[in-house]
Ligand binder design. Sequence first.
Ligand code: ATP
Ligand code: MG
Length: 257
Amino acid sequence: MTLMKVEKLTKNFGGLSAVSGVDLTLKNKELVGLIGPNGAGKTTLFNLLTGVYSPSEGSIDLVQDGTTVSLIGKRTDQIAELGVARTFQNIRLFKNLTVLDNVRIGLHNKYGVNTFSSLLRTPGFYRAEEKMTEEAMKLLEVFALDEKADYLAKNLPYGDQRRLEIVRALATDPKILFLDEPAAGMNPRESVELTQLIRQIQKEFDLSVVLIEHDMSVVMNVCERIYVLEHGRLLAHGTPEEIRANKEVVRAYLGGE
Ligand SMILES: Nc1ncnc2c1ncn2[C@@H]1O[C@H](COP(=O)(O)OP(=O)(O)OP(=O)(O)O)[C@@H](O)[C@H]1O
Ligand SMILES: [Mg+2]
């Protein structure tokens, strides 16, 4: 079942085409890799798919309960509400809030706690708050961060901050999760552990995940399908075996490895 369909997606910055005529389909519950050399347009593609940039050309459709919704012209928060979450290549957390509060913020959409009920401290507000804390703690447990729930985000070790960002994205209850180099800056052991964890949550939470990752062995190991970008264009897509055997990909990307 198709969840997202992207056609001829293009983003020009002045004379530079950062993303150029990209077609991409995301199915229900699959783990897809997005690879390509530095500057290939991977992050720009994520920025287009999550509403940070509006495309110069092309379409992005989300299929929900049999209906197709175009994401063109939608704001980032509207896209998040439709079930699309992401993490950033450069960590973005509320650094001076606790680990727990970072996750609770992600849960706000789902629980519909509005300003009115929080100002008046209605009984409904307290119930929702309690439930949110419970659920946030459960999510933190999955990532072994529950014991650090009271830490300020800025005081977490680097690897924990990266994982907290994923927890926060998960808290918004997404159907699609875009992860921009979640293992960047981690040591090889942490990186392998994180990738296993991504696999696990993809299954457990019934998600479609798109993973940008530079470590080829990691991508080849965990992804069911892989898209390869080069200079903004889609060079190839296919199973790990197909990508490994693709001469163009080997020339552009794998040649040196
Ligand atoms: N806001 C912007 N304004 C102008 N040029 C941009 C902007 N964002 C990205 N670019 C350019 O678009 C191209 C693609 O950049 P992008 O960050 O998407 O690459 P990437 O594949 O994510 O690279 P990396 O692996 O280094 O993260 C680069 O040439 C970059 O300089
Ligand atoms: Mg990038």
